[in-house]
Design a protein around this ligand. Structure first.
Ligand SMILES: C[S@@+](CC[C@H](N)C(=O)[O-])C[C@H]1O[C@@H](n2cnc3c(N)ncnc32)[C@H](O)[C@@H]1O
Length: 243
């Protein structure tokens, strides 16, 4: 699968100019180099069973919850913000209707390349090198936007910008589907472990325990609807936002 050097949406008259150069953000270089940036990271983490283990056996449930929001078949234009390990995008691709389109944007070419190796060649799919917090896509150009475990990895200001971009690029009435961490119930047996993991490896993830995702969206226009479901004793959440 070819990786678009520039966003295909630039063909669109309304597309915004691209940032001049896309470097690797500091939080990925310093905090998540071991998970996404280092070439061995892909070799290590691109295993369904490992992704499932990291999510305590909840991968399929969370993946399917996200896919269910898009329907048994997916029509229109979908934007997936960031690649993910595992088979989420493969399954999403299988649901695409004949005239549907799937764009996946990621800041790391190595991740786009890895995703390309999991998908069959398909002109309905574009893998785009870009920054979720500053997309070149036109306003209201997608029917749905998916963010799967992206927000907890981003510092607050990047997360806010990513959410603002999701709202900007989805059309009125379109959906934003977010699956990510959430504050677990007080008696959750994994609380101490997850707290230690976040402290050591995922320093921005605690924000999702201490704040609702709405709190990262202060400057975003009013949405038509907002619903939240939690899973596994509240450790995970799925949000469905309708613009
Ligand atoms: C979606 S998140 C975490 C996914 C989850 N841990 C998994 O793999 O199942 C990881 C991806 O986000 C990408 N990413 C992080 N910050 C980004 C940004 N600002 N713009 C685009 N992609 C970003 C990383 O390059 C990486 O491919």
């Amino acid at each position: 699968m070819k990786i678009a050097p520039i966003l295909p949406a630039l063909e669109d008259q309304q597309a915004r100019p691209l940032p001049l150069a896309l470097g690797i953000p500091q939080y990925l270089r310093q905090v998540y180099w071991w998970a996404y940036v280092h070439p061995r990271a892909v070799q290590l983490f691109e295993r369904d069973w490992l992704v499932n283990l990291i999510l305590f056996g909840n991968y399929a449930r969370l993946r399917d919850a996200a896919l269910a929001e898009m329907g048994a078949t997916v029509s229109g234009r979908t934007l997936q913000m960031a690649c993910v390990y595992g088979n989420l995008t493969v399954k999403l691709h299988r649901r695409l209707e004949a005239d549907a389109r799937l764009d996946v944007v990621d800041i790391l070419p190595i991740q786009l390349k890895n995703l390309g190796s999991k998908l069959p060649p398909d002109e309905r799919v574009a893998l785009m090198h870009g920054d979720s917090s500053l997309l070149a896509c036109a306003d209201a150009s997608y029917d749905q936007v998916l963010l799967f475990f992206l927000l907890h990895e981003q510092p607050w200001h990047v997360r806010s910008a990513t959410l603002a971009e999701a709202v900007r690029v989805v059309r009125p009435g379109g959906k934003i589907i977010v699956v990510d961490y959430h504050r677990p119930v007080p008696w959750h047996p994994l609380r101490p472990l997850m707290r230690a993991v976040f402290r050591r490896l995922e320093p921005f993830a605690m924000d999702l325990w201490t704040h609702q995702i709405s709190e990262f969206m202060q400057d975003v226009p009013q949405l038509a609807s907002w619903s939240k479901e939690t899973y596994f004793g509240g450790l995970y959440q799925k949000l469905l936002l309708v613009r």
